[in-house]
Ligand binder design. Sequence first.
Ligand code: ZN
Length: 414
Amino acid sequence: MKKYKAFLISIDGLGDHPVAELGGLTPLEAATRPNLNLLAKEGVLGIVDPFAPGVPCGTDVGHLCMLGYSTDIYSGRGPIEAVGAGITLSAGDVAFRCNFATVDETGIVIDRRAGRIRDGVEELSAALDGMNLGEGITANFAPATEHRAVLVLRGHDLSANVSDSDPGGKNVGQPIQPIYSLDDTPEAERTAKALQSFLDKAQVILDNHAINLKRVKCGLPKANAILTRGGGVMTKLVPLKELYKGFKGAVVSGEKTVLAIAKMVGFDIYTNKSMTGSYDFDPRVKATAALEQIKNHDLVLVHVKATDLAGHDGRWDWKKDVIERIDILIGILKENIAEDVYIAVTADHSTPCRIGEHSGDPVPALIWGPGIRVDAQETFGERSCAGGGLGRLNGNQFFSVLIDLMGFSKKMGA
Ligand code: ZN
């Protein structure tokens, strides 16, 4: 059977709600998006529940589902972030997602992201890396994207079943939460104690660190505390090239969680310093990289993070602007690809600006390319997609549809 190639464009947190200031349109619907609309007109649309209807999911789960994986293997986001940060995990290691945060003298969190700190996180991380926590437990600490970081606890008899120190996104003004075990095993107790010890020591080290003293002089918030969440142990995934014989995937992204997921499913990684995973992404850089990667791969996952950031920041105007730049990226791909390449567009979850968090709303999706049963929809938006020919699918089903079009599916029955 002839094999086809595909770009899978993942627009992080794309789905949104109507915005009054945009005349009741969503940021996507309000954006100038000639290329997305052209693909919509010539393609087939649908809405996708990345995990399940009404269940908000993270970037990690959303992308695992988008790439056809069951979330049974989900082991918490910590290990995924750790892979992304370049830490090699061994059996028994417990990994946590972290934020650098700002706390006041009484331990109240006044900024969960320490002013979205970017400069100096390497030095701050190095000051915490390798900490000896006693009882044979050591801490490895590495920076991820911007204010995000990863903590790995190493030692015998550890457990991921401990609470988060992060009070959560809507709880700025709350104290850092104390760590406790979530079951009564000695492993969970031991891990909770080690984690609390790490967090206490980290706060002292960070508060007096030269980088933070300099930040104060510049009027920036100190990155003087670590918030932890999403503890988990590493799980090995069966790579897609083993599930679909000969299948070669690549990812183009600047965001460490997505790079980690792609690495776990056996994709080749393409990233560079100019791919920041932030608002300042350059659509031309990503398009050029994606066009290069499609030459030697069957599927290239092209990921843009900034739509999600705008959703979290409640900035519908920024989200609209990011979508308009993604439209340029897609236009460049469409201009330069061969006839046997599909373009699929979807998202890992919705991040509505009015909520500022991930929601359980479905995301818009489209597939454009050879043999598509073109539907009656003419624009790419949350509501037009709801009337499209793909109907309503979950993330795994959307991936199956794409894999089948590409000629990699397996026949059921004789
Ligand atoms: Zn998000």
